[in-house]
Design a binder for this molecule. Structure first.
Ligand code: HAM
Length: 425
């Protein structure tokens, strides 16, 4: 096939073989979001690039290096539009919250979504240019209870899809009051060790000193000796963090303090966290990440409003499920409706609809082939059952054939669903 007709680098087709794992990953997300009182929102896959610049920060990798920029159709008035595919959902959700006046509704608001995100990153295992996140956001709740609740939710999600033993990394990076003094302590430290930084580290030191810490190329000893944000918290941030930790203890959620966990987007304040699978704690492998963003609503033009949320990388969840041999949600057994006469195709369609109404997963055979050929095709499709439409139809019945052992019997149409289920037990 011509190279241009392959899926773009860093994207993947979700093939039917993976559908069961995705159904579980997305189904558990929807179920838990609902049980934790979140409401579904969906925002556009592209937004004004300005939203991400203002929200995530001009110097963040997601904006500076990885943003997919989009314009309108050539020749249209939007040809030069400064849009971007969303690299993450939080900024769009906050934009939507403000645009629709949700900040005047009684809060706090709880939102969730599942959908694709786009980052022009270097593709590798578990890192794609198009990937899917499950995202939850709570806007208007300063915590600390909600911080603990969300961290617990992230770990519960991983356990619910079958990934046991995940580890939470936790940090607090302070707020506008205490961050400046922490930042200058970091600048002093890394400037004194400038020779030990590589070109990227030095660039980070100039542009955003906190991000020197999450540079994986940073010498671990240098990182270990660096000032820690939790030692520079103002009294309000320190009390908030202590309360979050106390609540996590009460909820039985274990965590490790990780002073390098500064996160890559500029909107974060106070609590930051990531969830890692056991044994694979390199920064690329986080299953989930999030934190508090108490300044974001204001930065996007709203009133001062607290916020917190996290995103789970569902591609990584599905990969980890398959690595661990964790089954997905299988689709119900397939029933194929076949007919004894070439001319009974219409009856097959009618019977198929009746069976679907009974909750079965049904494909009719629309061909005029002989019955034997239709049955062979049904078996090749992986069907568990064939429903044979024939003269029994005059009595409101069909022949139900078990394709596993070839046994068959006459069953009233209204009882086919129950008969297949009884046999599946
Ligand atoms: P993030 O840490 O950039 O946070 O992404 C969250 C999760 O998305 C990561 O832990 C990872 O599992 C997955 N992920 C990120 N980039 C990729 C990629 N290139 N390929 C595959 N998976 C990826 C955020 O996006 C924030 N919006 C989370 C948040 C919500 N903070 C507050 N509210």
């Amino acid at each position: 096939m011509a190279a241009s007709l392959r899926a773009p680098r860093g994207t993947r087709d979700r093939l039917p073989e993976e559908a069961a794992a995705w159904a579980r990953a997305e189904g558990v997300a929807a179920e838990l979001a609902s049980r934790y009182g979140f409401e579904r929102v969906d925002t556009p896959l592209f937004e004004a690039a300005e939203l991400f610049v203002r929200g995530l920060g001009e110097g963040s990798d997601a904006v500076a290096k990885e943003m997919f920029r989009v314009g309108g159709a050539a020749g249209s008035e939007d040809a030069n539009a400064a849009w971007a595919l969303r690299p993450e959902p939080t900024a769009g959700i906050v934009r939507s919250y403000l645009e629709h006046g949700m900040h005047v509704r009684p809060g706090p608001m709880r939102f969730w979504l599942v959908g694709p995100m786009f980052r022009y990153d270097r593709p590798q295992a578990g890192r794609y240019r198009e990937f899917t996140q499950w995202d939850v956001e709570v806007i208007g709740d300063p915590g600390p209870a909600v911080d603990a609740e969300l961290i617990e939710l992230a770990t519960r999600y991983c356990a619910a899809v079958g990934l046991e033993g995940t580890r939470v990394h936790l940090n607090s990076i302070g707020d506008a009051v205490c961050r400046p003094s922490y930042r200058s302590a970091l600048v002093d430290y890394f400037t004194a060790h400038r020779d030990a930084l590589d070109a990227d580290g030095r660039r980070r030191l100039e542009a955003n000193p906190l991000r020197v810490l999450d540079d994986r190329a940073l010498d671990p000893e240098l990182a270990a000796g660096a000032p820690k944000s939790i030692d520079h918290l103002c009294p309000a941030c320190a009390a908030h963090f202590a309360a979050v930790r106390g609540l996590l203890d009460r909820l039985g959620v274990g965590y490790v303090l990780d002073h390098r966990l500064v996160r890559g987007l500029d909107y974060y304040t106070r609590t930051t966290f990531e969830v890692f699978p056991t044994g694979r704690e390199g920064s690329q492998d986080a299953l989930a990440g999030g934190g508090r963003y108490d300044g974001l609503v204001e930065a996007l033009g709203g009133p001062p409003t607290a916020g917190i949320g996290f995103g789970v990388g569902l591609d990584r969840i599905v990969l980890a499920m398959s690595d661990g041999g964790i089954p997905g949600l299988p689709a119900p057994a397939l029933v194929v409706v076949v007919g004894t006469e070439p001319g009974d195709v219409a009856e097959r369609l009618v019977v198929a609809n009746a069976l679907r109404e009974g909750g079965l997963r049904v494909r009719p055979d629309g061909s005029e082939r002989k019955l034997g050929r239709q049955l062979e095709s049904a078996a090749k499709l992986g069907a568990r059952w064939a429903v044979i439409v024939g003269e029994e139809l005059t009595r409101g019945a069909v022949v139900l054939r078990d394709l596993a052992d070839g046994s068959q019997r006459e069953v009233p149409i209204s009882e086919v669903a129950a008969a297949t289920r009884a046999d599946d037990q």
